[in-house]
Write a protein that binds this ligand. Structure first.
Ligand code: NAD
Length: 295
């Protein structure tokens, strides 16, 4: 099967490589020429833009930063909508505002083009080894048709519901992750300031109810003073911004997510937007004068 792939960044490039490994023929596009060249060296064809790619394939995957980029590739000048035949499917795997997924999907549908919103969780290592978790929204029969294609990049693929549901699930994931990292940063700084060894507190509580995948991934990084991304504060701010927009659109206050957003904004003010989101602990360090980094 021939597949279009637009957006060859941290996540998109390894995902595209996994599709080639799985035997799919790819036509790829990105503004970053070296990323395109790398895929071409592996056998992919280079496409000019969404419109060009849509003349050659029935299905196009997008892995772009945020809603405006997806809107532009689908509906803008040189976008998929200009040339795609009715029945073409766009599988958007970017993490975007679900309200925007629905609006973009409605515009595409006017031309008979289907949209699935299938954001991912897992980060670069899981994109590389093909074990990401994918959460899917859109028409069930379209999802069924392209399940094998999506599964070639993922460990788990779960159908959540109609268009927008994939990004709702992704935002719920990002709300839980932000609050969990924030709680770890607060609790371990408290432990240190109260005179306990944060490393021993971590060993003492990680097997109990407070333990979590986030705690095991991020607290050792905080204790090591390791803020190398992983997942950047800037991207998490983008997701929390989408959380606030999507929640307010349905008249739901999200006070905890808003609080986490403001902590991340404090980091951005200190030029730490490129740090991993475990750097939320630096907010507590500045507030208390206490660092939990092991001496
Ligand atoms: P990235 O910035 O590394 O890659 C995005 C790519 O899209 C870039 O190469 C950029 O040049 C390209 N691009 C932007 N606009 C374009 C256009 N109009 N036409 C063609 N190419 C265009 O981002 P990423 O880390 O790969 O993340 C992609 C998405 O996946 C984001 O929504 C992000 O939130 C989500 N995500 C990222 C991670 C992670 O750990 N990095 C984890 C899960 C989900």
């Amino acid at each position: 099967m021939k597949v279009g792939f637009i957006g060859l960044g941290i996540m998109g490039k390894p995902m595209a490589k996994n599709l080639i490994k799985a035997g799919y023929e790819l036509i790829v596009n990105d503004f970053v020429q070296p990323a395109v060249d790398e895929l071409v060296a592996l056998g992919a064809e280079a496409g000019k833009n969404g419109a060009d790619i849509a003349t050659k394939v029935d299905v196009i995957i997008t892995m772009l930063p945020n809603s405006p980029h997806v809107r532009s590739v689908c509906l803008g000048e040189g976008g998929v909508i200009e040339t795609a035949k009715p029945g073409t499917v766009v599988i958007d795997m970017s993490s975007i505002d679900p309200v925007e997924s629905k609006k973009i999907g409605a515009e595409l549908e006017k031309k008979g083009i289907e949209l699935l919103d299938c954001p991912v969780s897992g980060g670069e290592p899981k994109a590389i080894d093909g074990t990401m978790s994918v959460m899917c929204g859109g028409k069930k029969e379209i999802w069924d048709k392209y399940y094998d294609l999506i599964k070639a990049m993922a460990g788990s693929v779960v159908y959540v519901g109609p268009l927008g549901s994939g990004n709702v699930a992704k935002l719920a994931n990002q709300m839980v992750v932000a609050a969990n990292i924030g709680a770890c940063a607060e609790a371990f700084t408290f432990a240190k300031k109260a005179g306990a060894d944060p490393e021993l507190v971590y060993q003492a509580i990680r097997g109990g109810l407070a333990g979590s995948t986030v705690m095991d991934a991020k607290v050792p990084m905080m204790l090591a003073g390791n803020y190398k991304p992983g997942f950047r504060i800037d991207l998490h701010i983008k997701d929390l911004n989408n959380v606030l927009n999507a929640a307010h659109a349905i008249n739901m206050p999200v006070p905890m997510s808003a609080q986490m957003m403001e902590i991340m904004q404090e980091l951005k003010c200190h030029d730490e937007g490129s740090c991993d989101h475990d750097a939320m602990v630096k907010y507590y360090e500045r507030m208390t004068g206490v660092s939990i980094v092991k001496e």
